[in-house]
Design a protein around this ligand. Sequence first.
Ligand code: ASP
Length: 318
Amino acid sequence: MALLALHGGAGGDGPWRGMTPMDPQRIACMQGILEALGPRLESGELDALTAVRLAVEALEDEPGFNAGVGSVLDANGRVSMDASIMRGEDGAAGSVVGVTNLRHPIRVAHDLLERGWPIMMAGPGAEAWAAEHGHEVQDPNTLVTELRTAQWQKWRDARLRPGATDEDDAALDHDLGEDVDGPGTVGAVALDAHGKVAAATSTGGMTGKPPGRVGDTPVIGAGTWADARVAVSCTGVGEAYLRACAAHEVGVGMRDQGADLGAVCERVLDLVEPLGGRGGLIAVSADGQIAMPFRVTLMYRGLWNKGHISTGIGPDLA
Ligand code: ASP
C-alpha cells in the first residue's frame, strides 16, 4: 500500500466562496503530480523520500503556489524562501532558510539530507553551498511574478491605512482578498511500498514579512516531521506552529499503540490555534492512515490513494 498527499497552502476567513480564476491551474498541477508519481510510488520504483522531493519540486515550479517561482514578497518586495525535508526511517533531515536565488530550495534541502552534515543552512552561506554543489542558481527577480507583486502592493496599501497594527503586517496568501489571491506554501507526505514515510515543505513565507523572519517551514519538528510511524507537513501562521513544535507533536501523539491519526492531528491543531496558528497540516502514518485537517477557509489538497486521485480546496475532497 502506498499513499501520497500534497498541500498547496491554507488561509482565509469565513465560508469558502468557490474557485478563483487561477485555481483550476493549481488543481491541475496537483493532479499531474499525483498521476505521475502515484503509480511509481505504489510499484516500489520510488521511495517515500524521493516521491516527496519530486512532488515539492513540481509544486515549486508552479507559479500559482507560494514556493520557488511565485513565492510571496517580503516587506522590501523581495523573495526569500525556506524549505525542509525529512526521512522517517532514520530521522535524516535537511533544511534551507532565507534563500533568495535557488530554483528549487527543496532540492538543496534534500542534498543536505543525503550528505548528512550540516543539515540546516541559511542565507548567503546556503546559497554559496548550493552553487558549489551544482544546484540551479538564478536571478532573484526571475522568481517574482505579477500576481505576487500585485499582492504585495495590496499589502503595502493596507499597511498604510490608519489604524493598521504590526499584527496586521504579515499576511497569509488568502487573507489578501480574492482579486489578488494566491495560495501558499507547498508540502508533501508519502508512505511507500516498503512502509516507510517522508515529508517535505517549501515556502516563500508570508507577504510583507520583515526581511530575516523565519517561519516554521524550514524548522524540523515545527513545519516538517517524519519518524518511523508518521510524516507531517504543516501550513499556516508559522510563529504558532514553531511555538507548538506542531509537526513533532503529531509524532508524539502517534507513539501510542493504535493511535488514530485524524484525532491526533485535531489535538495538535487545538494546540496551535490559540497561539494564532490559523492553518492546517497533512499527515500519513506507516500503518496507512491519512489526515488533512485545516481550520481556515481553505487548504489546497491532493491525495493519491491506491490508484484513486482526489483533490480539493474548500471543505470537500473529490
Ligand atoms: N507556514 C508558512 C510560514 O509561516 C506560511 C504558510 O504556510 O502559508 O512561513
